[in-house]
Structure formats: C-alpha cells, structure tokens
Design a protein around this ligand. Structure first.
Ligand code: ADP
Length: 660
C-alpha cells in the first residue's frame, strides 16, 4: 500500500521540485495548488505528512494549517512548512504556533527533505501498525468475551435442563401460539414421542381429544392456569395429569412471551376417586328400587361406565344353575366374551374364590350373603393391566359384597311381598267365608227371637235377653269381618266405590236412625246441627260408614255430649264430629289414621283399623279428614266435594278442549 503525502504549493515549479525529490514507488504524492484544494484532499484521504508552502495567495500556509488542526480527521497529521530562506524567524515561530512539526528552507537540500519526510512516513507506518495491533487485540478480546458468554449461557441452560429432567413431572415451554419450545426427558419417556414428533404442534397428538380444549383454553385465559387432562402413554393408555402453566413476560406485562408448564401424573388419585364414586353410586342404585332386574341392570351399566368394559350378573336359580340377570358392554358391538361361569362351583368350599381367566381379562366374584352363594359378577377388561390387577380385584370384591347384600334385600323383599299377598288373599277368603255362616247365624237367631215372642215362651225375659245378646254379638262379629274385608280390598287395590246422586239429608237421617239406640243406650247425647239442603254424588253407604265410624269412636272413647255439625262451602260439605272427652295423646295424633294405630291405654277393644278405612273412603271421594284434639275433647273434620269427578282419559281430553 502506498503512503499518501500531500504537497501544497501555489507555484507549479515548487510542486515539481518536491515531486522530483520525493519520487518513489512507496509514495503517492497528492499535489494541491492552494490551501482550499489541500483541505478538500484531506477530507477524502488519509495522509502520512503534509508539505505546506507558507506563502500562498488567498489562504496562506498558516491559515490552512489552522483549519487542518481544527478538523478531527486531520488534526494529528504532521505538517512540514516550506519557506524561502529570506524569510525571518518570525515565520518560523508562527509556523510552530499553528502546529508545524518541522520547517524546511527553500531552496531545500533534497537529502534533508527526503530524510525528514522519511521520518514522518516511518512514524505514520508505526502508528498504523500499532493501531492495527490494537484493533486485532480488541477484536480477539471481544471474541473471547462472546465465547465466555456463550459458555455461560450454555452452562446455565444445561443446568436448567438437568434440573427439569431430574423432577418426576413433565416440564415444558411453549411459544405463545402453543408450539413446542422445550420438553424435558420425562415427556419423551412417558409418551415415547421423538423430538421431531413433538416439534411445532406435534405434541398435541398426545392429549386426549376430549380434554384438548380445556388445555388450549389455558393458553387463552391467563386467569385459569390449572386443568386436568389425559395424556397418552407409550403403552397406548391415557393417564390423567394435572397441568399447571405460568406465562412468562419479559418486556411487556401485557404480552406473553412464552408459557412454562408442568404436568403431574394424577392417574392413581383419579382412579381412587372414580372407584369411590362407583361404590357410592352402586350403594344408591341398590336402594333406589326394589325390583332386582332393574337394580342389577343399573349396576351393570354403572360398572361399564366407570370400571370395566363389560359386566354380567348372574344368579343361582332353583335348579342350582345360573340365570343371567343383567349384562352390559361398553359398546353394543364390542366382542366382550365372558368365560363359562361353571368354573365357580356352588360347592361351599369354593364359594369365596375369586376367579380370573389366564389372560387376566376377566374377574369373576361370587355374591355371598350369610354364607350362601346367591350368584356371581363377571367383569371384563379389554386390556389386562398388571399394575392395577390387585386394585381391580379389590374393587370387584367390594362390588360383589355390595351386590350380594342388595340381592339378599331384594330377595327378602320379594319374599315379603309374596307373604303379604298370601296374607291379603287369606284375609279376603277368610272374611268372605266367615261372612256367609255369620249372616245365616244372625237370620236363625232372629227367627228364634220371633218364635219366642210369638209363642210367649219368654220365661220372664230370660231367653229373650239371651237371644238379643247373641244378636248383638253376631252384629259385632259382622262389623269386625266387614273391617277385615275392607282392609283386604284396600290393600289389593279392589276397594271400589259406587257413586250415586243422593241428598245429604237422607244420609244423615239414615245414620241417626240406625244408631239411635246404640247412642242413647250408652248414655250419650247427640246434637245435630242444621243439615244443608244439598244433593251430593257420593258412595252413600261408604260415607255413612265414615260418619258412623266417627260417631261410634266418640261413643266408645268420649261418651257424653256428641255434636254432629254440617255445613256447606262452595261445592264442599264439611262434617264435624265433636266430643268433649279426654282427647287423644298428642304423640299419637300424627299416626292415628295409620293401619293398626291405637292411642288408648284403656281396655276398650278395637282393631285400630276404623280411622284407616275412614281416611281411605274420604280420599277416595277427593276429600280430606283432619283431627284436632286436646284434653277437653276431640274434633274430627271431614271435607268432601259434593261431587267427585274421577278423571278418565276422556274427561282429561274434555277439560283440555274446554281450556283451550
Ligand atoms: P279402634 O277404635 O279400633 O282402636 P280407630 O282407627 O277407629 O281404631 O281409632 C284409632 C284410635 O284413635 C283409637 O284406638 C283411639 O285411641 C283413638 N280415638 C279415635 N277416636 C277417638 C275419640 N273420639 N276420642 C279419643 N280417642 C279416639
């Protein structure tokens, strides 16, 4: 590279002289004919030294030098002034004042000029070398700093990854759009995914499709940063994970730069929760119905929903074989096959054995209650899993126990229903059978009574008295048989009514006439209020039975003044039987209308069925019966609609038509 030297002289011969002396392949002489031109070249290039003529028109050498020294770029370039020998010393000093580094007198000795310029050129070259070296040192320093920084960064990244790999959870980092940035080894171990498969949005394939949205919602909603989702393992099984995410914001608090998250395996907790839920639900199902078919079909469905891929429930039948009670499969078309249940012998010694097939896909548990095998439950699993096998057996066993209890209960229920049916049949047959001879007995007694009085064989009233007493007892017997007959009809749903138009007057009149003697002979006084003049559509005999029952109770339990109050109120008839006796014990009052309910300590005989029948009849007429009682007496109130419309499908349609 050539060294630039600037020569400034207004006279061409001056320039020529310098050029002649300094001509060298090492130098590039730039010749300027004025100070202005020199300043222009200085802006364009680098120079080792300036040779400046002092005396020049317009801008002399000193003035040019002053400007050169003010410029940053040219400030340090050495200037050698060239001056005529005749000039006085003042110029020399002025030259130094403006930054000259040397002076050379004209006409100059070529040797001196050459050597002076040579020194400055050498200085310039040294300077250049130094600067280059400094530059090199600077560059290498920067490089090594950068390397050190890279090392540090790499080291901390490695530490961070080591840390992330050493914890048992999956650790990941997403970019704001959910694309993969980092997953720790736990992820790759668990899913069996490669880094290539995970990259971009590839990781999404491992998330259960049903849970995917809740996962993605996390990326959208910064408030909810926790969710549960299933992640697919390399064994092809989804396991529940708790995912927690944290947004990373470096510069702007409103902008998420990345998402840092962890996923913790909570499969075991989830499974336990689900088993507990299954047991609780099974408990509910077992008491929700009494029909064993319904119960066990619901149990099988529940098992398939929460526990196994298939479930079959069988019970032991009368022939000591197995009958299928319920079956359920995860999918209708799934090929769930249950091994033959015969492996579970009915033999006592084998009953508690839990069977599983060789592949471990089916578990069979017996249903044992009170040491008796009632049936068996088979659970089918599409995939056998060593990890959960014990757990599955435990759950299956618990379900077996629960179901056995449920089955026992429903068998007992079936038995008691059957027993009640038999009792009702017996009641009905017995009361019918008793009715016939008793009625005929009463007829014969009445015949005897008539014969005795006609023949005058009264024997001072002794026979007459006996026959009357016998007729009374037979009437009581007929009453009791009637009660039994009514109860058996109510229980078997055959208690029917014959509604007919009649007047309230007639009903009350008949009741009083038929019971006048009994009431007065027991020393009671019956006070009847005004009877509203209304026509009613009731089962006359049944409503008479209600009023007689209430009146006879008052005669029995509260003899004395008895009131029969009647009133009418917008389509309703109110009948009150009021007495002034000791009342009914307050703790018994709520159950007084129940079957066999009695509230008396006294030895007054009764079956505890009268008020039960009263309630049935009143409700059968669309009415209501209530009681108020204190130690000053009781008041039974019956409210009955004047006509009770039994709703049939046709009448419902008729009502709909009128309403619309
Ligand atoms: P029973 O008279 O056969 O016992 P009911 O069903 O007619 O059966 O009556 C149930 C019970 O209600 C009676 O045992 C009696 O204790 C009580 N009871 C009914 N009516 C009265 C009344 N007017 N005063 C006091 N107790 C009564």
């Amino acid at each position: 590279m050539k060294i630039n030297i600037l020569v400034v002289d207004d006279r061409p011969e001056g320039l020529l002289a310098v050029e002649a002396v300094l001509a060298s392949p090492r130098y590039n002489l730039v010749l300027a004919k004025s100070g202005t031109e020199a300043l222009k070249y200085l802006l364009l290039d680098e120079f080792a030294v300036i040779l400046m003529d002092v005396q020049m028109p317009t801008m002399n050498g000193f003035e040019t030098a002053e400007i050169i020294k003010t410029r940053e770029k040219s400030r340090n370039i050495p200037i050698i002034f060239m001056s005529a020998i005749s000039q006085d010393e003042q110029y020399v000093y002025q030259g130094y004042g403006v930054g000259a580094v040397d002076y050379i007198m004209k006409p100059f000795d070529p040797y001196i000029l050459k050597s002076k310029v040579g020194i400055f050129v050498e200085l310039y070259q040294k300077n250049l070398q130094l600067m280059e070296q400094a530059q090199k040192i600077h560059e290498s320093e920067i490089k090594s700093y950068a390397q050190a920084l890279d090392r540090l960064e790499l080291e901390s990244l490695r530490k961070y990854q080591h840390l992330a790999d050493s914890i048992p959870q999956i650790v990941f980092r997403f970019l704001p759009d959910g694309s993969h940035e980092y997953f720790n080894n736990v992820w790759f171990d668990f899913t069996g995914f490669t880094i290539e498969r995970t990259q971009g949005q590839g990781w999404r394939e491992a998330i259960h499709p049903e849970d995917f949205n809740s996962f993605i919602d996390l990326l959208r909603e910064e408030s909810q940063l926790e969710t549960e989702c299933r992640i697919l393992s390399k064994e092809g099984e989804y396991r529940w994970h708790l995912v927690r995410m944290k947004p990373e914001k470096y510069n702007d608090v409103r902008k998420v730069d990345a998402w840092l998250g962890t996923a913790t395996d909570i499969e075991e907790r989830k499974r336990n929760e689900s088993y507990q839920h299954l047991m609780a639900k099974a408990g509910e199902v077992l008491v929700a119905s009494l029909d064993s078919k319904t119960i066990f079909q619901n149990i099988a469905n529940l098992v398939v929903d929460k526990f196994a891929d298939g479930c079959r429930i069988e019970i032991i039948n009368e022939n000591c074989g197995f009958s299928e009670l319920a079956i359920a499969k995860k999918s209708e078309h799934s090929s769930v096959t249950f091994p033959s249940i015969e492996v579970l012998a009915i033999d006592e010694s084998q009953t508690s054995v839990i069977q599983r097939d060789a592949a471990g896909n089916t578990i069979l548990v017996p249903m044992i209650s009170n040491g008796r095998t009632l049936g068996a439950l088979s659970f089918h699993f599409n995939r056998c899993c060593k990890e959960y096998e014990l757990e599955r057996i435990r759950v299956a066993e618990e379900l077996g126990l629960k179901c056995a209890m449920g089955l026992e209960n429903s068998l007992l229920y079936d038995l008691s229903v059957r027993a009640i049916e038999i009792r009702n049949d017996f009641l009905s047959i017995a009361s019918h059978e008793l009715n016939t001879p008793i009625t005929s007995l009463k007829l014969h007694l009445q015949l005897v009574q008539r014969y005795l009085s006609e023949k005058g064989l009264n024997d001072q009233g002794r026979f007459q008295h006996s026959v009357e007493a016998s007729i009374r007892q037979v009437d009581r017997l007929i009453g009791l048989i009637q009660i039994l007959l009514d109860v058996s009809k109510i229980q078997s749903g055959k208690f029917n009514y014959t509604f007919s138009q009649t007047s309230l007057h007639e009903i009350i009149h008949d009741v009083i006439e038929r019971n006048r003697d009994v009431i007065s002979s027991s020393g009671c006084k019956l006070i009847v209020s005004n009877i509203p003049d209304v026509s009613v559509k009731w089962d006359k005999l049944r409503i008479e039975q209600v009023i007689i029952n209430l009146l006879m109770n008052a005669v029995k339990y509260a003899p004395g003044r008895i009131e029969l109050n009647l009133s009418e109120d917008v389509g309703m008839i109110k009948i009150e039987v009021k007495d002034y006796g000791k009342g009914i014990q307050s703790d018994k009052i709520d159950t007084i209308f129940d079957r066999f309910s009695r509230a008396t300590k006294e030895t007054i005989s009764g079956l505890g069925l009268g008020l039960f029948i009263v309630k049935q009849i009143v409700e059968g007429h669309g009415g209501e019966v209530t009681v108020l009682s204190s130690d000053k007496g009781s008041s039974f109130k019956v409210a009955l609609p004047t006509r009770f419309q039994v709703l049939t499908m046709n009448s419902v349609k008729e009502i709909d038509r009128v309403v619309s």
